[in-house]
Design a protein around this ligand. Structure first.
Ligand SMILES: Cc1cc2nc3c(=O)[nH]c(=O)nc-3n(C[C@H](O)[C@H](O)[C@H](O)COP(=O)(O)OP(=O)(O)OC[C@H]3O[C@@H](n4cnc5c(N)ncnc54)[C@H](O)[C@@H]3O)c2cc1C
Length: 393
């Protein structure tokens, strides 16, 4: 008899399995229909020996010390600040748009003050920011919107930005300085030995049994448990009673090149006519040294694994109906991005799982304080603080 059946071995399921097993001494069975743990964050060495992310690049960043400390029990870190360039008008320029982007694109030599003035002169003020187009055009004007955002968004969502909620681009930062980091979070680092190794350590507990290649439906009637934690798609759980929740999917085309380096940046965005949206070169992310290099091209698709919930009002209304069903279902907790139909970053899912555990156990959410990190914050695995880590760590 298990105390918990956990469906899905991604961040949501694995954090809850670890907490329930090691902090509450519960017996946990965790299953995943894929042949690996880690969910979408799964990484592995490809046939050439290069560490790649099977489901597209996963960059860890958070402002939560609690989340970072918690994960530090299972991995050492490699400091890593992500950078992206966009291929526009035959040039590679920094993304998000900053001072260097505009100067390089137009052959100018503006200062920050002059760039602020430039944005003011081209911006098209909107009374209400309803759509993604409104958000961008009201900040940087129509020309930069067309060059950097319009086609990228159309490819990604198969919708024009004018048809998409403002929320899709509302977090797109535009900078008037030369900061070319993609994220500005306090903690930016990659698991030193990869995500999969971190998940394996998380699940390595005598109270946890892991079953792979196993859809939870196959276990019905075969396994006894007291409660279920479900991290799969909420509409599938209820047999699509109200219809399918719409998602955008991606096809990942992985390639290996017989060269040390393929492109001059970790990610190059293609906001133009190419069918793919971006190309990622993994060695930048992982720090691996290897004579070959592996990259992945991302092709947005209508069909396939569910990756991005489509943020439109009618979909939120459909999800609300499933949420009402989920709330009324005794003995099952719905956790994670698929079960709550929302795009979350990894750190947000870890925080959501820690909050769920706190509710189950009645403890305050102070896991990080309760036990010291196995790998002290900022550690690079050999006990020294890497020079590049911000002082705050
Ligand atoms: C292309 C892409 C890039 C991303 N990049 C980043 C990034 O750079 N930084 C970041 O912070 N976040 C990123 N994310 C988000 C990140 O992937 C999620 O935050 C994280 O994976 C969510 O974890 P989860 O456990 O909720 O879901 P998942 O990782 O999807 O895990 C759910 C698991 O449940 C399993 N499952 C589903 N149904 C069943 C069933 N019936 N039976 C058994 N198992 C089942 C699935 O196989 C899956 O393994 C990215 C997401 C995508 C799609």
């Amino acid at each position: 008899m298990f105390d918990y059946l956990i469906v899905g071995a991604g961040f949501a399921g694995s954090v809850l399995a670890e907490r329930l097993a090691s902090a509450s001494n519960k017996r946990v069975l965790i299953c995943d229909r894929r042949n690996h743990v880690g969910g979408n964050a799964y990484d592995h060495y490809d046939e050439h020996g290069v560490l790649v992310h099977k489901y597209g690049p996963h960059i860890f960043h958070t402002n939560s010390r609690e989340v970072f400390d918690y994960l530090s029990r299972f991995t050492a870190w490699r400091p890593y600040e992500h950078r992206v360039q966009a291929s526009v008008d035959g040039q590679l320029v920094p993304m998000p748009i900053n001072l260097d982007t505009v100067n390089k694109l137009y052959g100018l030599n503006l200062t920050s003050f002059q760039l602020e003035e430039f944005f003011r002169s081209v911006a098209e003020p909107r009374e209400q920011l309803r759509t993604s187009e409104d958000v961008v055009v009201s900040k940087v004007g129509r020309e930069l919107y067309e060059k950097f955002f319009r086609n990228y968004t159309r490819k990604q969502w198969d919708l024009d930005p004018s048809e998409l909620d403002a929320s899709v681009t509302s977090r797109v930062p535009v900078r008037t300085n030369r900061d070319d980091r993609y994220f500005t979070d306090t903690y930016q680092a990659m698991p030193l030995h990869g995500y999969t190794r971190m998940f394996e350590r998380m699940l390595d507990h005598p109270n946890i049994k892991v079953m792979l290649n196993c859809d939870y439906a196959e276990l019905a009637g075969e396994v006894n448990y007291r409660e279920m934690i479900y991290t799969g798609p909420v509409d599938a759980f209820f047999d699509y009673r109200y219809g399918k929740l719409p998602y955008r999917s991606l096809e990942f085309r992985h390639e290996t090149h017989h060269a040390e380096q393929f492109q001059p940046a970790p990610v190059v965005n293609f906001p133009n006519e190419h069918a793919y949206t971006r190309v990622t070169e993994f060695k930048y992310l992982t720090g691996q040294e290897h004579p070959k290099t592996s990259v992945v091209y991302e092709y947005p698709r209508a069909e396939g694994d569910p990756y991005y919930p489509v943020p439109r009002r009618e979909n939120a209304e459909l999800y609300a109906k499933y949420k009402a069903l989920a709330d009324a279902t005794q003995g099952v907790r719905f956790v994670g991005r698929l079960a709550t139909y929302k795009y979350y970053n990894m750190d947000q899912i870890v925080a959501q799982a820690l909050t769920t555990y706190a509710k189950i156990s009645g403890e305050k959410r102070s896991v990080a304080a309760a036990a010291p990190a196995v790998y002290p914050v900022g550690s690079n695995g050999n006990g020294t603080r890497p020079a590049e880590m911000p002082k705050a760590l």
